[in-house]
Design a binder for this molecule. Structure first.
Ligand code: ADP
Ligand code: MG
Length: 697
């Protein structure tokens, strides 16, 4: 392992490899295409394809695939071999520029939310040269976008790239106003911190709920949970450490900047954080990271659970989306600068984010909504479902003094005036101490903490990029027209703070007072996915997407439909799995256990008539009464599932029915089953317990 630098990126057709393998003029022309985002000339593409193929074959590849990100939230690939038949009956290995640039995977079975019905049934994939090709299991993977023939985006990558364009265009307008003529592009950067659980594969295989749903649907609390807080940052067990080492190596080979690893709060829970990079690469890399986590786990006899809430009663898993804006020259625009002028620019970008988060709270909430994440948001370990921003006391005090034109005492200065005073440096520990905030400023970036662990980070970043682009556009529209830039800037920042400071909350997001206070402030509290999703298609939100050409209205509506449908499907699978587990496993097991207790009573009485059997009989009574209650709840759930057909139709009504009726019935059934588990002998219970899953590893 002394060779990490050599290992790093060894499976990536990156810039170094390109420079090495391509003729100079081809390399230059490709670089230019990547930088300008234009289409690749076919003659150039042919040379690139051939070099890619030779490189891939040298490393053992036999196939290639266009690797894309459909609206399922995971990645898709269809492998084609390089073989090309010759007249003499033999084959040669071939890969053309045409095959590199465009693919027609048919792919008609991906969710399209109605797009396919209205438009063309087929989709095609097109190379995204901003993300390097890489090798995975003997296949050359070419990152691509996925569109319909009439041009509708059928994936998550296309709108993400569009949103990066939008924020770049608007941010450049602002930078020009501040006299910056060197930056050619502005990018957003992301470092996603990924949480996950590891469980033993043998135990996992014995639980249908984990197999079908990725989370436990039953399970009584073990005597020990996370209350001692001894797992967080604790010493890593050898088996887990071996897994993490392997994982790091596999990620490094793929050019993924895996950096930090540690144990998380819940038993069997861990985290991996990479070093940040541009948002589209970070998105590709996070998808690859999740996939690699699962594959490497299997090699270690483990299963990696990426579900947001695999176990009730201990923390679920999230994904913190650290986000910032920077120039192509590497200047972080959310870093307070060293001169008053830079600070004024920082304050303007900060104001844009504040206004964006306030005006589009609902869209941010929508961007993290899923059945799995409903178990986290608003529960005790995750941020509440109310979107608010943490800025820290110091920055908030500065904004207050700007708004009111009053003294800011923190740095001993009289009046805080933009463009005159240098802001104090915000040390990390003063800005990063609130772990309950959904959207926290952490010194030089924002940390959006509402994402669930399974989520593709594309969605939240599409929203973030778009809404901040919108505010920057509004600001640029005003400032470009101003005669006196400095005074217009002052007025704009003051006005923004005054109108949007309700979104700033530095207190405890878990406290009982916060929802009340948030309501007074007029902030939204969209508690569940079903409560949140309708906001996706509100007039205001469709407008922001269409104005910036991120989505057409049809594309927004298709995504809304898919999200609602997916919600219902997930709950349906969970409910059916519960019914299956109860009917096929739990009822037989409990009945058998009751029968064994009854036999024991008979045997004892036969052997010695006067011996007390009250323990057995009261257990039999208790288990029988719980069983009867379980059976009632089971029948109720069965009936409610039958009612789905008649719940009024429409994706929203169906999703609402799953939330209000099906989910409630599932919880009631679970409560009785967990009580039965507590009262049943361990060897009689048909599944590994929480204690086994969380601690025997
Ligand atoms: P923590 O949040 O645990 O204190 P850090 O703040 O050091 O840890 O980093 C968390 C994540 O934020 C890392 O993935 C890091 O690369 C990322 N990060 C740091 N700076 C930026 C930035 N400018 N833009 C996006 N992500 C960043
Ligand atoms: Mg962090």
């Amino acid at each position: 392992m002394s060779k990490v630098p050599e290992l790093f990126g060894s499976m990536v057709f990156n810039d170094d490899v390109m420079r090495d393998k391509l003729p100079k003029d081809v390399y230059k022309s490709l670089r230019k295409t990547i930088a300008d985002g234009r289409d690749l000339d076919i003659t150039v593409a042919n040379v690139v394809a051939n070099a890619m193929k030779d490189w891939a074959i040298e490393k053992g590849a036999t196939h290639f695939t266009h690797w894309f990100q459909p609206m399922t939230g995971i990645t898709a690939e269809k492998h084609d071999s390089f073989i090309s038949p010759q007249k003499d009956g033999k084959v040669i290995m071939d890969f053309s520029g045409k095959e590199l640039i465009k693919g027609e995977p048919d792919a008609s079975s991906f969710p399209s939310g109605g797009l396919r019905a209205t438009f063309e049934a087929r989709g095609y994939t097109a190379w995204d040269p901003t993300s390097y090709a890489f090798l995975k299991d003997g296949t050359l993977c070419i990152p691509t976008v996925f569109c319909s023939y009439s041009g509708e985006a059928l994936d998550k990558k296309t709108p993400l790239l569009r949103s990066m364009e939008a924020i770049s265009d608007e941010a450049l307008r602002i930078l020009r106003l501040f006299g910056n003529t060197t930056a050619k592009r502005v990018v957003t950067t992301v470092g996603p911190e990924q949480e996950y659980f590891l469980v033993d594969k043998k135990l996992y295989d014995e639980r249908k709920d984990l197999l079908f749903c990725g989370r436990t649907l039953f399970g009584a609390r073990p005597p020990k949970g996370q209350e001692l807080e001894d797992h967080y940052f604790g010493a890593i067990k050898p088996r887990i450490a071996a897994y993490m080492k392997d994982l790091d190596e596999e990620l490094w080979k793929l050019g993924i900047l895996a950096k930090t690893k540690h144990n998380e709060v819940a038993p069997a829970q861990h985290e991996l954080a990479p070093i940040f990079t541009t948002t589209n690469i970070a998105t590709d890399h996070n998808q690859l990271t999740m996939e690699t986590m699962k594959n490497v786990a299997l090699k270690h006899g483990l299963v990696c659970l990426l579900h947001e809430k695999p176990f009730a009663g201990v923390n679920g898993s999230g994904k913190h989306n650290n986000w910032s804006i920077s120039t192509d020259t590497g200047v972080n625009l959310l870093e307070p600068g060293k001169s008053p002028y830079e600070n004024a620019q920082f304050l303007l970008f900060l104001s844009a984010v504040i206004k964006a988060v306030d005006e589009y709270q609902d869209l941010l909430r929508v961007s993290v909504a899923s059945a799995g994440n409903d178990h986290r948001l608003g529960a005790n370990e995750a941020p509440p479902a109310i979107v608010s921003m943490f800025l820290g006391d110091e920055l908030t005090a500065i904004l207050d003094s700007i708004e009111n034109g009053t003294a800011y005492n923190g740095c001993g200065r009289s009046e805080m005036e933009i463009g005159v005073h240098v802001l104090p440096h915000f040390p990390k520990d003063t800005t990063d101490r609130n772990r309950t905030s959904p959207f926290a400023f952490t010194g030089n970036k924002f940390e959006f903490r509402m994402l669930g662990s399974t989520l593709s980070i594309a969605g939240p970043n599409i929203v973030l990029n778009t809404i901040v682009a919108e505010e920057l556009k509004q600001f640029a529209d005003v400032l470009e027209k101003a005669d006196d830039f400095k005074s217009a800037l002052n007025t704009l920042i003051k006005k923004t703070i005054k109108e949007h400071k309700r979104i700033i909350f530095n207190g405890d997001g878990y406290s009982a007072e916060w929802p009340k206070e948030a309501e007074k402030r007029g902030l939204l509290n969209l508690k569940s996915t079903v409560d949140a999703l309708p906001a996706f298609i509100s007039e205001k939100n469709i407008k922001v997407f269409t104005d910036h050409k991120i989505f057409t209205e049809t594309e927004v509506r298709s995504r809304y439909e898919i999200l609602l449908e997916t919600y219902g499907k997930v709950l349906n699978i969970e409910a059916l799995t519960m019914v299956d587990m109860v009917k096929k496993d739990i009822i037989p097991a409990v009945s058998k256990y009751i029968a064994s207790l009854a036999e024991e009573v008979n045997a004892k009485r036969a052997a010695c008539g006067s011996v007390p059997c009250d323990m057995e009989t009261s257990l039999i009574e208790k288990l029988s009464s719980l069983s009867s209650s379980m059976y009632k709840k089971l029948c109720a759930l069965d009936d409610i599932l039958l009612g789905v057909k008649n719940c009024g139709g429409g994706a929203l009504a169906t999703a609402r029915y799953y939330h209000d009726s099906v989910f409630t019935a599932m919880q009631e059934l679970r409560a009785v089953v967990d009580e039965l588990e507590v009262n049943t002998a361990e060897e009689a219970w048909p599944f590994p317990t929480y204690g086994d899953l969380l601690f025997r590893i």
